[in-house]
Write a protein that binds this ligand. Structure first.
Ligand SMILES: [Zn+2]
Length: 208
């Protein structure tokens, strides 16, 4: 159980600095890690317990420019239906067959990206193929790691973290984070992961 203050106005009464988030991470057989989030307002007693963030279930994209070490601490709620991208690095993690949602911060998301880069790099280095293409790929990976590492310095070259979630269950909790609706093209193209309820009424509402 983890409780923290959220830098977001209450969606009901608009009170500032009175919304708290309580997160609780659970393991459910056949489903995997499951995060229950409760948002509550001390001013008006509004309360929401769900996997759904305060903004509600609206297909949407969140983005945050990571341009200072402070941004690394921004909370990230990533649902299993969410694609995460860093366009400057040409990196994307799509909801895979075993995608699970998680609550982390920007630093934790970057670490997940770094783990993937390391894994690909190890595979590449252990392969007997020493082609020019492969050397190029390797230097790209090393370059990505360097860009990620410099984000924790005082004045980093900024990159953008993007969350695209057709189910609208994902969110970046930071005052500088931007939200926009997904475009029709994005809604068609984005995978939503293992969720079998692809054609649920829920989705019909989202796409209307
Ligand atoms: Zn309130």
């Amino acid at each position: 159980m983890n409780e923290q203050d959220i830098d977001f106005p209450c969606p009901v009464c608009g009170a500032l600095e009175s919304v708290k988030m309580i997160t609780h991470i659970d393991e459910i057989p056949y489903f995997g890690e499951h995060t229950q989030i409760t948002l509550l307002c001390n001013s008006c007693s509004w309360r929401q317990t769900d996997f759904i963030p305060a903004e509600g279930k609206k297909a949407g994209a969140w983005s945050l420019t990571i341009d200072s070490p402070e941004k690394l601490t921004a909370r990230v709620v990533r649902a299993s239906s969410c694609t995460i991208r860093i366009p400057e690095l040409d990196l994307a993690v799509n909801p895979g067959s075993n995608a699970t949602g998680y609550v982390s911060n920007v630093e934790g998301v970057l670490k997940r990206f770094q783990d993937i880069i390391n894994m690909v790099q190890r595979d590449l280095m252990s392969s007997p193929d020493n082609s020019h293409e492969e050397a190029e790929h390797l230097s790209q990976l090393i370059n990505m790691s360097a860009i990620i590492a410099q984000l924790s310095t005082e004045e980093p070259t900024p990159v953008t973290l993007e969350l695209l979630d057709p189910h609208g269950h994902s969110m970046i909790l930071h005052p500088d984070a931007n939200e926009r609706p997904l475009t029709t093209e994005e809604l068609v193209e984005l995978p939503v992961g293992p969720d079998p309820a692809v054609f649920s009424t829920d989705d019909m509402e989202n796409s209307s």
